[in-house]
Design a protein around this ligand. Structure first.
Ligand code: KPL
Length: 301
């Protein structure tokens, strides 16, 4: 049996730390990260997981990106950091590397290919995780990750015990995940609540899903509105204890992925002449709150 490809995870946030911890069980894995997370991991030599699969996982953290030949590069930074990150990675990449992108948002694969000038693997993950402290992550939901059928990375996920499925239509999964993020992320960020608290907002979710389904249709992707709404409501339930990544960003005073989620739906809708007033309103409100996150979040608590 051939040895599995080594993995380099880029980004020390919740998803990056979690994947570095779990993939280390399956293959030689390094985590490229800087700042406080890098210091903590160098001192402790391990990521701490709480919740699912709780425990301490030895992880090799590095500041420099110097991937071994044949490595699978799992880019786990936020969508808003993608342009700078990919520009930094580009000079070290060679044709033996597979670059895997797991960000929330619409059009991530095309954006990355444009920057790197080479093919990439777009993955869609339903993992829910939350960063508690640098190097400490709560693993809240072990959702599946979908990869293009042509990629060997599904095998690595399985080897590490993570659910994954190869699919022929990753675009459809990007829209499905987008529906979940476009409902849960802005509402949880604006209201300052964990995902499960949105369970009662069914009509609000339906309105957002209907707009998204119209934009997707104009873009050539057919989604069923009822089925998509069901998936959004199921995700609210399954990730009920999670604080969405957008709420975590707002609370930490970071940028948010709003331009890649609701903002991207508005932009794609405009290109096709499809009105998206609900997504536009949420995008405007999140941009407003993210400028000074504290008051709005505290009032809602
Ligand atoms: O992807 C997520 C996120 O927070 O970004 C969900 C699935 C909504 C979990 O919180």
């Amino acid at each position: 049996m051939t040895a599995p490809a080594p993995v380099v995870v880029v980004g020390g946030g919740a998803l990056g730390c979690l994947l570095a911890a779990i993939l280390s069980r399956a293959t030689a894995t390094t985590l490229v990260t800087r700042g406080r997370t890098a210091e903590v991991l160098r001192d402790r030599g391990a990521v701490e997981l709480q919740g699912l699969l709780s425990g301490r996982y030895p992880v090799l953290a590095k500041a420099a990106f110097d991937p071994p030949p044949g490595a699978c590069i799992v880019v786990a930074v936020k969508a808003y950091d993608l342009d700078l990150t990919l520009a930094l990675l580009a000079p070290q990449l060679d044709p033996t590397h597979e670059v895997v992108l797991l960000q929330n948002g619409l059009g991530i694969g095309a954006f990355a290919m444009q920057i790197l000038g080479r093919p990439v693997t777009r993955g869609i993950t339903f993992i829910a995780a939350e960063r508690l402290q640098p190097g400490v992550v709560r693993f809240n939901a072990a959702g599946k990750t979908y990869f293009p059928a042509a990629s060997a990375i599904t095998g690595l996920w399985h080897r590490a015990g993570l659910p994954a499925e190869p699919v022929h239509n990753v675009d459809v999964y990007e829209w499905r995940k987008l529906a979940i993020n476009a409902v849960i992320n802005p509402l949880s960020a604006l209201l300052g609540v964990e995902n499960g608290a949105l369970a009662g907002l069914v009509d609000t979710a339906r309105g957002l899903v209907e707009e998204l389904v119209s934009v997707a249709r104009s873009d050539g992707v057919e989604l069923d509105a009822d089925e998509t709404l069901e998936k959004v409501l199921a995700s609210i339930h399954q990730t009920g204890r999670n604080h969405s990544s957008m709420l975590q960003d707002v609370r930490a005073g970071r940028r948010t992925e709003i331009d890649w989620i609701n903002g991207a739906i508005v932009a794609r809708g405009m290109a096709h002449g499809v009105a998206t007033p609900r997504h536009r309103l949420l995008a405007d409100l999140v941009r407003f709150v993210a400028r000074d996150p504290r008051p709005a979040v505290q009032e809602a608590r």
